[in-house]
Design a binder for this molecule. Structure first.
Ligand code: NAI
Length: 338
């Protein structure tokens, strides 16, 4: 079987060999929640990523089928499936990057915070596994409410004595992806040419697009600013309502997650100038966590950029965002501490 070529033990040799030749290293990546709406397309796209040498797919249901299916793709990464809690440790051991889309998604009428009761416990359990089996891995946390699950993960890692704030990143990339798309639409540009920083957090008013800092430089009327800010903040709800009970964003989220994971892997490889927005431990504001532009490198987050000049509309938005964020962060912290 293909597995024989690069089994667990030999893949580090293969990686070293590639480095020696000046080629790409292969990284080991685990997806937790891999059989879900996000997990499946995310697994497919990661199997296509040339930076990945080993791909572990973990879920509490359906991983054998997803793994068998994805393993037939003729790309380099070796795929292995893990099913259920007692295979979690095997799924995590030796991983360089762990991506977590495990947990329940929203239904119409729900906020991300309504998911807290179920997802908080799931994230805690998975992070306990990470602390034990791959404490040095970079963690990309997708499970909602991200504004609370990232503080939960941090508390779990602190308890275990493994916390490195540089390695824990809440994924807010979908907000940036949406912002680029919606802004490009208004400007009549190709979305690939547009770069919109989105800061704050990942829920409602905590999603704060900085339209005054869009690249290429441009300006918006007050009406355009209000329309764009509202559409970016409610992009997730737009999808939840259109899916009418069948879940939330999965395909665009998988795309965004892969874009973000790829940036993390390029950082790990040592590429220069890898900058993306993420929700991280931060001193950009008085809050302990905040999403802003960060530079990714060999240790995860190497540098956090300040917000830059904000206009009046953004300053008002920032105050609203911070107010809600403070409560969501506190909720996550006290979930683990109590
Ligand atoms: P889904 O319900 O389709 O899939 C979730 C998967 O997690 C399922 O396969 C389920 O079996 C698995 N799971 C449940 N408990 C688990 C456990 N203890 N260990 C491992 N896996 C477990 O949900 P979907 O649509 O994939 O969404 C997943 C999460 O991502 C939700 O919390 C959702 O709110 C969040 N999300 C985050 C976004 C972001 O921008 N950060 C955007 C969209 C969704």
């Amino acid at each position: 079987p293909a597995d024989r070529f690069r089994v667990e033990g030999s893949s580090s040799v293969w990686r070293a060999d590639c480095r020696a030749k000046g080629g790409s290293p292969g990284f080991k990546v685990a997806i937790l929640g891999a059989a879900g709406g996000i997990g499946q397309p995310l697994a497919m796209l990661m199997k296509m990523n040339p930076l990945v040498s080993v791909l572990h797919l973990y879920d509490v249901v359906n991983t054998p089928g997803v793994t068998a299916d994805i393993s037939h793709m003729d790309t380099g990464a070796v795929v292995r499936g893990f099913l259920g809690q007692n295979q979690l440790e095997d799924a995590l051991t030796g991983m360089d990057l762990v991506i977590i889309p495990a947990g329940v998604p929203r239904k119409p009428g729900m906020t991300r915070d309504d998911l807290f009761n179920i997802n908080a416990g799931i994230v805690r359990t998975l992070c306990e596994g990470i602390a034990k089996c791959c404490p040095k891995a970079i963690v990309n946390l997708i499970s909602n409410p991200v504004n609370s699950t990232v503080p939960i993960a941090a508390e779990v890692f602190k308890k275990a004595g493994t916390y490195d704030p540089r390695r824990l990143l809440g994924v807010t990339m979908l907000d940036v992806v949406r912002a680029n798309t919606f802004v490009a639409e208004v400007l009549g540009l190709d979305p690939r040419e547009v770069d919109v920083p989105v800061v704050g957090g990942h829920a409602g008013v905590t999603i704060l697009p900085l339209l005054s800092q869009v690249k290429p430089a441009c300006s918006f009327t007050q009406e355009e600013t209000e329309y764009l800010t509202s559409r970016i903040q409610n992009g997730g709800t737009e999808v939840v309502e259109a899916k009418a009970g069948a879940g939330s964003a999965t395909l665009s989220m998988a795309y965004a997650a892969v874009k973000f994971a790829d940036a993390c892997l390029r950082g790990l490889r040592g590429d220069a100038g890898v900058v993306e927005c993420a929700f991280v431990s931060s001193q950009v504001t008085e809050l302990p966590f905040f999403a802003s532009r960060v530079r990714l490198g060999r240790n995860g987050v190497e540098e956090i950029y300040p917000l830059g000049p904000l206009n009046e509309y953004e300053r008002v938005g920032l105050e609203k965002a911070k107010k809600e964020l403070a409560g969501s962060i506190e909720k996550g912290v006290s979930f683990v501490r109590k």
